[in-house]
Structure formats: C-alpha cells, structure tokens
Ligand binder design. Structure first.
Ligand SMILES: [Zn+2]
Length: 488
C-alpha cells in the first residue's frame, strides 16, 4: 500500500515537472528510454493497478447487464464493494425501481466547486448478443492469447473498469486534488429509457454536477500494430427516427391497383436511398480533417485539403465521402432506411406501408429542413413523413481550448508515441450530449488502442479487448486524470 502511494506520487510529480516545463519529459516517461529508477517503480505501480483493473473488468463482464432489462443494480453493487474495500464510500442513485446508478467522490477542497469538478462517467448496461454467432460464452470473460472476450469488453465495461482504476489510484496514492473527482456508473445508456442519464440528471444533478467530464466516444486508432492518432470526441451527431408512411386502397390481391401502398413506399425508399445532404463543415470536423490530412496517403490527403475550396470543394467532398462511410456521415446529415413493414396476408393489398429512417443530424441542422428536402425528392401525395418522439437533443460542442481538452491531447499524444490528438465528432450518440446541455465540457476519450477490426465488434459478435491495450489504457487514463486533477 505504502509503496503504491509513493509510486503514484512519483508519477504525478513527474507529470508535474513536465507541466512546469522541466527537463525533456519524453525521455522520462517513455518506457523504452533510459528512465530514472523512480519512474521504473511508477511503471510497476501502474502494472499492479492494471492487474486489479483487469480483474474488475472480467468480473463486470460476468455480470450480465443486457439492456433490456439492464440489471445494472448487480454491477452497481459489485462496484460499491470494490470501492468499499478501498475505503471509498459510494451512493446508489435509484433511477427506476431496482435500477441504480452509482456515484462516489474524492474531494479537492472542503467546499465543493462543481464548475471545476471532473466527472468520470461510464455506463454499466450492454446491448444484447446473438449467442449462437459467438465463438465463446459472451458473459464468461474468456481469455485467449492475451485477449479478453465478452459483451461490454469495449462498450463500455472496459472504460468503466478503467475509470474505477484511475479513481482508485488517486485514493491509494492519497493524491492532493485541486478539484473534486467524481466517479459515476450509469444505467440505460443503450436504450435511453426510464433509467437514462437524462432521468439521472433531472433527479440527482447536484450529486454529480461537474464542469468537466470524460466519457466514451473517442478512440485510439491502431493500424497494423501502430497507433495512428488519438481522437478526442468533442461533439456528436443528433439521432432521430422518422417514419415514412404510404397510404393506398386496400383490397383483393387478385386485382392490382395503381395506388398500392407497398409500391409507393418502395419507390419512396428507393429515392431516399439516393439522397445526399449538403456538406456543412463545423469547427470540430474542420479541425479533424485538417489534422488527419497529413496521416493519410497522398491522393486522399490532397482531396481532404481541398474540402473547403471553392473550385475543387464539391468534387473533394464526393471523393472524401466515398472513401469512408464515417467521413461521409461526419460531413453531412445522414438518412438510413432501417425497417420496413407492410401487409397482413399474402393475398391482401394493405392500406398502409411504413418504413423507418434513422437520421443523424449535424448539431445545428434541423429535421424540418431535411424532411422538406425528402418530401420534394419523394414527390408523392400518398406518402408522408412522421417524426418519432425518441429523437435526441442537439448540444453545443465542447471547447477545443479547455484545460481538460489540452490535458487529454498532451498526455495521450505523449503516451502513445507522439501521435497527433485530433478533435472528433462521433456519428453515434453518447451520454455526453446531455452533459454538454448542462454546461459540462465533456470529452469522449476511450484510451484503448484498437484496430478497426476490433473496434467494429462493439455491438457485434465476439466483442473483445487485447489485455495489453486495456492495461496501457488504464495507465494513460490514470495519467490524464492525475495531471488534470492533482495539485501541482
Ligand atoms: Zn457505450
């Protein structure tokens, strides 16, 4: 225990030397460099922490929190026990009967100053599995060749365990904090229903009010074993669902009609499939493309640099959009048909046919304008659009100048071998939008270096995390938190 304390303090102190503009820190902190003895010890310390964190991650995977129903209470109980053993008191925040988030706080001063506080947030629930498509039991935390398999390994129990580790590291080392650090494990992120962060904020905001937050949403991009860049999520697209509804005359299928709802819906969906919304470059996306341009091969880099030019802009937007579906979606509102429903019997012409469009708006764009475009494109009086009530809210982006943004960028860049840290607008939604609407500078920073192939297993089959990437992530996250919240 004592050793651990001393070691983390050495680590924090080294970081502080860096902040104070001391000797070349890369030499001190890169394990390969001839490091002074104290740093070697610090590495050992974080090794022990990472080992504990790996155990917590495996245990959390074994607690099946598939949402629905979520069953997050079991995970919350487990985390409360881990914290109790470390001498940290936590509190359950009940969001629905039998369903609680968990909050714990390390104080920076006697009088709390929420605007300075740092919130470490991760969700406990996971999406379901198609068990027959997995090669291992998704809830057994199976380890094979140094890789841990299980639902939630990446989304989001990996970060949950890493948050827990970074939080506990501060406590073990008895670090003097310059701000409160709050650990929050949330429910119902995947469904966004009765137990979601929206409900949690409405009921318990004063329990975890903070000016800064670290959440999921960003990534450390690994290609052929080499980290390419760190993406720090500072903004996200806004989800919405819109029903496309075609009406026609119902009747006997032996007598075809011109106003068949199925035919009109199919034609409408086919036209919608050709739609491409206009490109809008906001600050986060502009900075992202500026900073990744030098990392891409010469040809695509040339087009990325031309995105905003008057003469070649339009062609560049097409080339860049075609090169990568994520880039396409970062540049514009997206419309994806996802569900079709029509008919009750094989021999009956139905009076109505419906499709669902899953829409992701750029923050600031409106659904009305988009539906106006689609209405013109479909151009069919038998077809109408109906906005579904489950849409998200647009939030302002987090600042790219804040102390926390700078700390994440500096530490992550340094720790992953001086790679660029770039701001990122995720195409998917996270809890950060709700936090940003409460004036929180929230950033998505998932500190695990993952190949695209592993990244894509999120919500898919055989979700997994290489244990080396997890341990390194725990270490980097701990350093980010220590350098942001420890007294210099
Ligand atoms: Zn998630």
């Amino acid at each position: 225990m004592v050793n651990r304390s001393q070691n983390l303090l050495v680590l924090v102190c080294s970081a502080m030397t860096f902040l104070a503009g001391g000797s070349p820190v890369a030499a001190q902190l890169t394990p390969a460099a001839p490091a002074p003895i104290p740093m070697a010890q610090a590495g050992g310390d974080n090794g022990a922490l990472a080992k504990d964190a790996t155990g917590w991650l495996a245990d959390l995977i074994k607690i099946n929190t598939t949402n629905p129903p979520g069953n997050e209470q079991a995970a919350a109980n487990y985390i409360a026990d881990v914290l109790r053993k470390e001498g940290i008191t936590s509190e359950f925040l009940e969001v629905a009967p039998g369903r609680s988030a968990l909050v714990a706080r390390l104080r920076g001063s006697a009088i709390a100053n929420p605007s300075r506080a740092l919130l470490l947030v991760a969700h406990m629930d996971v999406v379901g599995v198609e068990k027959s498509r997995w090669t291992v039991d998704p809830f057994a935390a199976v380890e094979k060749n140094g890789i841990l398999y299980g639902r939630g390994a990446i989304d989001d129990k990996g970060l949950l365990a890493a948050d827990l580790a970074a939080f506990i590291a501060l406590k073990r080392a008895n670090v003097h904090l310059n701000r409160d650090v709050i650990f929050l494990a949330t429910c119902d992120e995947e469904q966004g229903g009765e137990g979601s962060i929206k409900v949690l904020i409405a009921k318990y905001w004063d329990k975890f009010a903070a000016g800064f937050a670290l959440n999921e949403g960003g990534r450390v991009a690994l290609k052929k074993g080499k980290v390419q860049y760190v993406a720090v999520q500072a903004s996200e697209k806004v989800p919405a669902n819109v029903a496309v509804i075609a009406k026609g005359t119902s009747g006997h299928a032996s007598m075809p009609t011109k106003d068949n709802a199925v035919v009109h819906l199919a034609t409408a969906v086919a036209r919608i499939g050709t739609y491409s919304a206009p490109v809008h470059l906001n600050t986060v996306v502009r900075r992202y493309f500026e900073q990744i341009a030098p990392l891409e091969d010469e040809e695509i880099s040339k087009w990325i640099r031309s995105l905003d030019t008057t003469d070649r802009g339009e062609h560049a937007q097409k080339v860049v959009s075609d090169a990568n579906p994520m880039w396409n979606s970062m540049l514009r509102d997206s419309v994806t048909p996802t569900m079709l429903a029509a008919g009750v019997r094989a021999n009956v012409i139905p009076g109505e046919a419906r499709a669902n469009l899953n829409i992701r708006l750029l923050p600031g764009d409106t659904l009305d304008a988009l539906i106006g475009d689609l209405t013109k494109l479909v151009n069919d009086p038998q077809v109408r659009f109906e906005v579904q009530p489950d849409g998200g809210l647009a939030a302002p982006p987090s600042s790219l100048e804040s102390d926390l943004y700078n700390t994440i960028s500096r530490v992550a860049s340094r720790e992953f071998g001086n790679v660029p840290a770039v701001p990122f607008q995720s195409t998917g939604a996270t809890d950060s939008a709700q936090l940003r609407l409460h004036n929180v500078q929230a950033y998505g920073f998932k500190p695990f270096a993952l190949e695209d192939e592993d990244e894509r297993r999120m919500h898919g089959d055989d979700e997994r995390i290489p244990l080396a990437a997890f341990s390194k992530g725990v270490d980097v996250l701990t350093k980010v938190v220590a350098e942001f919240a420890a007294t210099r």
